[in-house]
Design a binder for this molecule. Structure first.
Ligand code: SAM
Length: 470
């Protein structure tokens, strides 16, 4: 717990805050004496909040503005060191940061864009709201951050997402009028993060605030072209400065009179249990007749891929059937678990499920255009970790060749850790059939392992592994 002096917050920042919060200033200052607040969210693609609460003994009260978030105590708990974390059952997220995606209100079947998405906490929330129906386009400008975003999309089992590394203006050219809803969780001066990461305060200056305000404005410029008539946008930041928040919204609606501001919320650290956030919802006022919806979807500006016959070669089909026979004892077992509205394609040896509701992505930096099922090498299918993690519960239940692990006792937990560390699985008196085995933690998929007749060779990817002592 740091006091305000110890944190060395810039004097100009403090006097700005004094003006901004007025009579609340003493409480605002006192909020810096409290500890930062930690939260996590149940991954709705895998588990309900109440089931997660039953499973994890360390969850505290629910987070008021989130349907699936809980507080936990950072001093006593390390939720990232738990096998259920590796099964993608929950995402660790600052409590205030749970509000923007909640307010966007994405519905199953919609097309949703997360424009500034890395590392992906809010994208995962949006993916859970869509279920496996509709399309999530998730993007970040910075290449390394976009790669982290991809990893999270895969680790949390999102099948119907495409991951891009683009500028908003490039996206606007390809996705004109495409999206039902857009989240702009903008880069910002991060004033709400000073308690969590005091070093960030060193970078603060009025010039920094203005620099971010300019970037945010540039990002927002792309929104009117990307959104369909009648669509909705949530703009959010984790900063307090009005230049990056209310003023940004005012200039947006002044410039684009088709838009109205329908909701504006501030979470202040001295008023709620969170680090603070600004969240605003905008709506495009242009009338949008639901009856015309399908027609709009054929908007000529957006070239949607035509339904084509699956482009798999005979040898790939055979490789997939062989794999499916191993895991489900059924040649077509794997096909049952694909989301609707897409097709399986083969591109450069990669087998992907892709939505049919995609514009032509040529010219964009695409990190992933759907659910990576695996690769075909020398006529054999090798399933990807993302394939395992994206399998719904029914697929796990009906899999025959599988290794079901449990973390409920210490002895069982040690086998899970061996798998997560990437070790070969051997058990006395037990041999493993040849071929792929789905590895699960209770009924949740974790990854793959390959039997060689004796042992199970570990298929858990190096970049995802459990590292002792971290
Ligand atoms: C506040 S963070 C996003 C956090 C994220 N929404 C989450 O919940 O995990 C802002 C992100 O915007 C990205 N960014 C910065 N400028 C951008 C731009 N012009 N277009 C798209 N993304 C941008 C940054 O790389 C950063 O990852």
């Amino acid at each position: 717990m740091k006091g305000i002096e110890e944190m060395k917050l810039p004097a100009a920042f403090l006097s700005k805050m004094e003006q901004l919060v007025g009579a609340d200033y003493p409480q605002f200052l006192r909020s810096y004496e409290g500890s930062r607040l930690a939260g996590l969210r149940a991954n709705g693609l895998k588990i309900s909040p109440s089931d997660l609460n039953e499973l994890l003994s360390f969850l505290e009260e629910p987070i008021a503005w989130s349907k699936d978030g809980f507080y936990y105590n950072e001093a006593t708990t390390r939720p990232a060191k738990h096998p259920y974390y590796y099964a993608g059952l929950y995402y660790i997220q600052e409590p205030s940061a749970m509000l923007p995606a909640e307010l966007l209100g994405a519905q199953p079947g919609e097309r949703v864009l997360d424009l500034c998405a890395a590392p992906g906490g809010k994208s995962l929330q949006l993916a859970a709201h869509l279920g496996r129906k509709g399309l999530l386009v998730t993007n970040d400008l910075h290449p390394q951050r976009a790669r982290v975003l991809l990893k999270n999309i895969e680790r949390y089992g999102v099948a119907n997402a495409i991951v891009l590394n683009e500028t908003p203006s490039h996206l606007a050219k390809v996705f004109a009028g495409f999206f039902d809803r857009i989240l702009v969780d903008a880069p910002c001066s991060g004033e709400g993060m000073f308690r969590k990461e005091p070093d960030m305060a060193k970078e603060w200056s009025p010039e920094e605030v203005n620099k971010y305000a300019r970037w945010q404005q540039e990002i927002l410029e792309a929104v009117p072209s990307l959104l369909r008539p009648g669509g909705e946008v949530v703009y959010s930041t984790c900063t307090f400065s009005p230049e990056e928040n209310e003023q940004q919204m005012q200039s947006f609606v002044a410039k684009y009179p088709d838009f109205e501001l329908v909701e504006l919320r501030r979470l202040w650290p001295h008023q709620v249990k969170g680090e603070g956030h600004f969240v605003a919802k905008l709506k495009n006022k242009t009338l949008f007749d639901q009856q015309e919806y399908p027609i709009h979807r054929k908007n000529k500006k957006v070239k949607i891929k035509k339904q084509s016959t699956p482009s798999l070669s005979e040898s790939t089909k055979q490789a997939l059937a062989d794999f499916s026979m191993q895991v489900w004892r059924n040649k077509k077992g794997w096909q049952e678990w694909l989301p609707l509205g897409g097709q399986v394609i083969e591109r450069d040896g990669h087998i992907l499920w892709e939505s049919l509701d995609l514009p032509v992505l040529r010219g964009l930096k695409v990190l992933r255009s759907g659910w990576l099922l695996g690769t075909v090498e020398r006529g054999r299918f090798r399933p990807s970790p993302a394939f395992a993690l994206g399998l719904p519960m029914g697929a796990v239940k009906s899999a025959v060749q599988k290794l079901v692990l449990s973390a409920k006792s210490q002895r069982e937990n040690s086998l899970v850790l061996r798998y997560l560390r990437g070790e070969t699985i051997q058990q006395e008196g037990k041999t493993w059939e040849k071929g792929w085995h789905l590895v699960c933690l209770d009924e949740f998929p974790l990854g793959w392992a390959k039997g060689d007749g004796n042992w199970l060779k570990n298929g858990f990817p190096p970049g995802w592994r459990w590292i002792d002592g971290e």
